[in-house]
Write a protein that binds this ligand. Structure first.
Ligand SMILES: [Zn+2]
Ligand SMILES: [Zn+2]
Length: 696
């Protein structure tokens, strides 16, 4: 799991040693038919990264044991639950009368330090179920007794002992407690958590800590956490009025873009549209929903059903069927009228038998009329844009002359993320994707792919993203036809081409075998924000299976029909995640071209001539589509500047009498201070050039 996605849910204890969370689905395209099998072994990290994670995980999990050892020394009556490692460290759940607080941390850390100094060996022993039960029951450790019940019959039950502390655990650990550097350990927080995450169970106290190999790495992490907290996109988003969530009326995970956030959205779209236009893309627009058949064909249903909003069901009929149904209904209506009339003529006492029989018939006719006769068609909100684009490809006959065809759309997708996984803009239920599908021949593939990579590099430069990595996932020839679509030649050919393009473009990449999607090799793009946090923003995907499933063909030179290759790409990811990333990356201090309020014109006082001069500058900027506001009141200029700084206005033009006389303005940049006076025309030209060139 990536940093940007981690959102620990306090109430949900993770299983022991959860490990890096697998990427459940490819977020963009088809879910492989063997999705269930694939999801367990598709992980996002390279082997190297995984080896590092394993090492850190081992260290952190060992720290959970060391923590429990220390807590039992300090509070011998503590009851223990479990102590796994997590993405950011480790925790252990306890039940005891004493309420933990951060005031306890120094004492706990000190005791942990002693445990490491004692250099205890982590010793493994195998127990029978009876032995294990007897041990924990004897100690009154009721949660451990319950956890023992979770271990299936026949499975090995292992204990680990360090010093006097014994725990039920499958491992692995470091060799000795002395392998953990105490200066690399830090207790973080205390939270409450229900046993097994179920609120009907007793509430436990969870102690969170983290551990690194050494103090330097710990310090680096602590600094990054502090900086990340200051740059939290939810906090800055609220301060700047960028977006809002309204769980009560709109729904959780459905972002509302406020005017200032909409500026960011539209500037990004403009950038994408211009860049894609220059790269020969054409734009399309598609509806937000489609019939069930679409997603059965793409393979999203049934494999992806849990991640889609449930279907909308509509009654629909055409032609003869409709006529038949209408005839049936009008027949029933006639009967209803006839029975009602007869009933009105009958005496309920004198004609009792007939009266009852007719009223029964009437009842049954009315019941029939109420029965829904219309067969149901299911519509789904789209979770991805590919299928719609495929239908656009299919909408007209295509020839080799039409290829490559690059269909682009900022498409809105809906995904039913679990409510516990929703996280600000990073995990949402409605997302706008910088999507495009490139249909091409095998001969055109390398060139298309290279152009896509160039586009990434161009964006990295614009956004000042200095550190990035592309993870190139390839197939495993031994699993063709199971995990990977059975096209050995296409796999080899496209993978060779992708590799060559990456090498030729001098792109920083790592290759990961056996992690491609079912239908083709893929590239995950990771970027690091200015403070060194890692984000996965996009996936590039080669697809040689789905176009065939949709029956997409083009007429080739030799007059035969062929299936195109398709490249899925979304360099700017989704607005939601990308803007979340940018907020942290820039700490809300956007470059001029992106800034929601680009310029504010401030007067030193409210002198009429000065205000007129300032207003003319504002008007000129606005006529040039600059997002400019004026502050011409009588407030002290210091207060005006402080207001503008607080609102993160990029450029302030401060104007006094002397500026006016000289036809000048004093330029002040947010966070940088006064950069001096300039002739008015020059200042305006600078602003326009900086915006036009999208300067950093
Ligand atoms: Zn353990
Ligand atoms: Zn796609």
């Amino acid at each position: 799991m990536q940093n940007d996605e981690s959102q620990p849910d306090e109430s949900q204890p993770q299983p022991p040693n959860p490990g890096p969370s697998p990427e459940l689905v490819n977020r963009y395209g088809l879910v492989p038919p063997d999705f269930e099998a694939a999801k367990t072994d598709v992980q996002r990290k390279t082997l190297d990264q995984r080896a590092q994670i394993d090492e850190l995980a081992r260290l952190r999990h060992s720290c959970a044991h060391i923590l429990a050892t220390a807590v039992l020394r300090l509070w011998p009556d503590a009851l223990l639950d479990i102590g796994p490692w997590t993405e950011d460290g480790f925790y252990y759940d306890f039940d005891l009368k004493h309420r933990f607080s951060p005031d306890d941390f120094p004492k706990i850390e000190e005791e942990m330090r002693k445990v490491t100094k004692e250099n205890q060996v982590f010793e493994k022993s195998i127990k029978t179920r009876e032995e294990a039960l007897a041990y924990f029951a004897g100690k009154g450790q009721k949660f451990k007794v319950e956890r023992l019940g979770d271990i299936p019959e026949g499975e090995v039950i292992s204990f680990y002992q360090n010093g006097e502390f014994v725990d039920l655990c499958a491992g692995p650990h470091v060799m000795r407690t002395g392998n953990v550097k105490p200066s690399g350990i830090k207790m973080l927080k205390v939270a409450s958590a229900y046993f097994r995450g179920n609120e009907k169970n007793p509430q436990l106290q969870r102690l969170y800590g983290t551990a690194f190999k050494n103090k330097e790495e710990l310090d680096k992490w602590v600094t990054m956490q502090e900086e990340a907290k200051k740059r939290d996109h939810r906090k800055i988003g609220a301060e700047m009025g960028l977006f809002a969530f309204d769980a009560e009326y709109v729904g959780p995970g459905l972002a509302l873009w406020l005017p200032k956030g909409t500026v960011l959205v539209e500037e990004l779209e403009r950038l994408a549209k211009e860049t894609e236009f220059q790269a020969g893309y054409v734009r399309v627009k598609t509806p937000h929903l489609a019939k069930e058949k679409m997603y059965k064909t793409s393979g999203h249903l049934p494999y992806y059903a849990d991640s889609m909003f449930p279907p909308m069901e509509l009654g629909e009929l055409d032609g003869e069927e409709r006529q038949q149904l209408e005839a049936e209904i009008s027949n029933l209506r006639a009967k209803e009228a006839m029975h009602s009339f007869e009933l009105s003529q009958l005496h309920p006492v004198n004609d009792i038998a007939r009266f009852l029989s007719v009223s029964d018939s009437l009842k049954s006719v009315r019941q029939d009329l109420e029965k829904p006769k219309m067969p149901v068609t299911r519509y789904y909100l789209k979770a991805m844009n590919c299928p719609h684009h495929h239908r656009i490809f299919a909408a007209e006959p295509r020839s080799y002359r039409d290829l490559p065809l690059r269909l682009a759309e900022y498409g809105t997708n809906y995904r039913y993320e679990q409510s516990g996984e929703l996280f600000g803009l990073m995990r949402v239920r409605a997302l706008n994707m910088n999507d495009a599908h490139l249909y091409c021949t095998a001969e055109q593939f390398a060139e298309e792919f290279r152009a896509v990579n160039d586009m990434y590099l161009k964006y990295f430069k614009i956004f000042g993203i200095e550190k990035y990595q592309m993870r190139f996932s390839t197939h495993d020839p031994a699993r063709l036809g199971q995990k990977f679509v059975n096209e050995p030649e296409l796999w080899k050919k496209t993978e060779d081409m992708v590799r060559q393009v990456l090498i030729d473009s001098g792109i920083n990449y790592v290759e990961v075998a056996n992690e491609a999607a079912f239908y083709g090799p893929k590239i995950d793009v990771q970027v690091w924000s200015a403070i060194g946090r890692e984000f996965t923003i996009a996936t590039n995907q080669v697809d040689f299976a789905v176009p065939a499933r949709f029956g997409l063909t083009y007429r080739d030179r030799d007059n035969t029909d062929k299936t195109p290759l398709c490249i899925h790409r979304a360099p700017l990811g989704t607005h939601e995640r990308f803007i979340g990333f940018l907020i942290e990356h820039y700490a809300g201090n956007f470059p001029l071209w992106l800034a929601p309020e680009q310029v504010r014109v401030l007067t030193l006082n409210d002198d009429a001539a000065l205000v007129d001069y300032a207003k003319a500058i504002t008007a000129e900027l606005r006529a040039n589509f600059v997002r400019v506001e004026g502050d011409y009141g009588a407030d002290p200029v210091k207060a005006k500047i402080s207001d503008a700084e607080h609102a993160r206005v990029h450029t302030m033009l401060v104007i006094g009498g002397r500026d006016m006389e000289a036809g000048a303005v004093s330029v002040r940049l947010h966070g940088k201070g006064n950069i001096g006076a300039k002739p008015k025309a020059e200042a305006i030209a600078d602003i326009l050039a900086s915006i036009r060139e999208r300067r950093a």
